[in-house]
Design a protein around this ligand. Structure first.
Ligand code: NAD
Length: 476
């Protein structure tokens, strides 16, 4: 049986804890029980991490692709060897079912394996001109990266934050979410055990605003990579702009799902309902606003509610659990406020709308329909287990609703009409769109948004290029 590990930071390869440092209690969201105490960085810790990151960059920028590839593929192997332990730890601290955390380990291993190949494809080019001059375009690692990741994918987010800089030849200081530290440490440990030099990647924890202000004020850091809410993303982008640091911002969404009346409604529901309640809806690409054509609206809404009521909610460690608790007490509070506000404004509640149990942070899979567009829940990312279903008449109205908000991360559309598939893919303003599919990510494809959902990409060759700068060398 996996036990929850003792917590620490990793600075210059050393497990750092204790002393006069402040600590934060880590809580199991399914039970409310304390799992451990997390040490929080003081400024001396951050200074040490920064000096080490500088050394790590000088060491790693000169590494060969073979060396980087061996570390990444070695870490992928170790992740899979440690899959069950890592999955259990992630479920204990974040709540989602074991089946989901096991997949998360596979996702990180898949990404590291992809990058292990991609490091060999960081090519420049040479321009040889008839007059004899030549110019060489090269890509160089940007420098030490500060990476801040959230709690919703406790293994997957750290995997993305570490994998790309390491593939590109950068060093990285990661501050992953204080709520899910052991998962992040587990991913970093696989890289270190696979031979990553200790100066190249480090993990600190702390008071988020203190740590991010301190690291972003340092000229040593050359890039910010952030995943989290739009409001915090805008704040961090301003801090990064003071020193014109490069940024990759993966922010919130409010995923529209366009369902046209030519579809097989049951087939769409069988795919979309589990996708909605995955990770209790705490997913940036979660399908949220269901924009359903009139003729199938009632069948879609009723079928959704019936399936939502059948979702088995429980402790993620228990066999058969389909949806765990929410990750922290802020989320059920937010659900209560958003769903309560919508019902008050005239929305109809078809399932859920209540907390479950008397321990942990459980909230029932919920379905609302006919929600006024000015209700907070139609404008603010709900980040929870709630589907918002409204009827629309024409394709124009549906696309207009999809584009109404300033968010543009993921969208989904369901129709058998090929012309409409192409129209929606072109006209809906998002970074990613699933056409008759919910499989919108993968190690080899760019993941990222537009507008208030951020800029830049993770994964794919774009993920590596996001950590590179271009240099042109001209020879006369
Ligand atoms: P939050 O915005 O306060 O925190 C989100 C993440 O950002 C956390 O990991 C937090 O530690 C970090 N963070 C917060 N302030 C920071 C700062 N000043 N410097 C560095 N890191 C900072 O909100 P929350 O209550 O944890 O989550 C609520 C909202 O965040 C959700 O409603 C959702 O919109 C968004 N969120 C998005 C994602 C995503 O994948 N895009 C993931 C988690 C949360």
């Amino acid at each position: 049986m996996t036990s929850y590990p003792a917590l620490h930071m990793i600075i210059d390869g050393e497990a750092v804890r204790g002393g006069a440092r402040r600590t934060q209690t880590i809580v199991n969201p399914a039970t409310g029980e304390a799992l451990g105490e997390l040490p929080l960085a003081d400024t001396a810790d951050l200074d040490r991490a920064l000096a080490t990151a500088r050394q790590g960059f000088l060491r790693w920028r000169d590494s060969t692709p073979q060396e980087r590839s061996a570390v990444l593929s070695g870490a992928a192997r170790l992740l899979m060897e440690r899959q069950e332990d890592l999955a259990r730890i992630a479920t204990m601290e974040q709540g989602k079912p074991l089946a989901e955390t096991r997949i998360e380990v596979m996702m990180v291993a898949g990404l590291f394996n992809f990058y292990a190949g991609e490091v060999f494809r960081i090519y420049g080019r040479t321009l040889v001109r008839p007059v004899g001059t030549r110019s060489t375009v090269t890509y160089e690692p940007v420098g030490p990266v500060a990476a801040f990741s959230p709690w919703n994918f406790p293994l997957g987010n750290p995997g993305r934050k570490l994998g790309a800089p390491i593939a590109a030849g950068c060093s990285v200081i990661m501050k992953s979410a204080e709520e899910t530290p052991a998962s992040a440490l587990g991913v970093l440990q696989c890289l270190l055990d696979a031979g990553l030099p200790k100066e190249v990647a480090q993990a600190v924890f702390g008071v988020p605003d203190e740590v991010s202000r301190y690291l972003l004020a340092s000229p040593i850091i050359r890039k910010l990579s952030f995943t989290g809410s739009t409001v915090v993303g805008k704040h961090l982008a301003k801090l990064a702009a003071e020193d014109l640091k490069r940024t990759t911002m993966e922010l919130g969404g409010h995923g529209p799902v366009l369902v046209f009346d030519d579809v097989d409604v049951d087939r769409v529901l069988d795919t979309m309902v589990p996708h909605k309640y995955r990770n209790a809806g705490q997913v940036c690409v979660s399908p949220t606003r269901f924009i359903v054509q009139e003729d199938v609206f009632e069948r879609f809404r009723d079928g959704f509610a019936e399936r939502a009521k059948a979702v088995k909610v429980g402790n993620g460690l228990d066999a058969g659990t389909q949806m765990g608790p929410m990750a922290n007490p802020r989320r059920p509070d937010a659900m209560e406020r958003l769903i309560g506000g919508a019902v008050k404004a005239g929305a109809k509640l078809h399932a859920g709308g209540e907390r479950l149990g008397n321990q942990g942070f459980f909230y029932a899979p919920s379905v609302l329909s006919e929600i006024p567009l000015d209700a907070d829940i139609m404008n603010e990312e709900p980040f929870g287990p709630v589907a918002l279903i409204n009827p629309y008449r024409s394709a124009e109205d549906m696309i207009e609703e999809a584009n109404r908000l300033p968010y543009g991360l993921a969208a989904y559309s369901w129709t058998n009409d090929v012309k409409m598939q192409r129209r929606v893919a072109r006209e809906v303003e998002t970074g990613m769109i699933g056409v008759n599919s919910v499989a919108i990510g993968g190690a080899d494809t760019p993941f990222g948004g537009v507008k208030w959902s951020g800029h830049g990409h993770e994964d794919g060759s774009e993920g590596v290029h996001a950590c590179l700068v271009t240099k042109a060398v001209h020879e006369g």
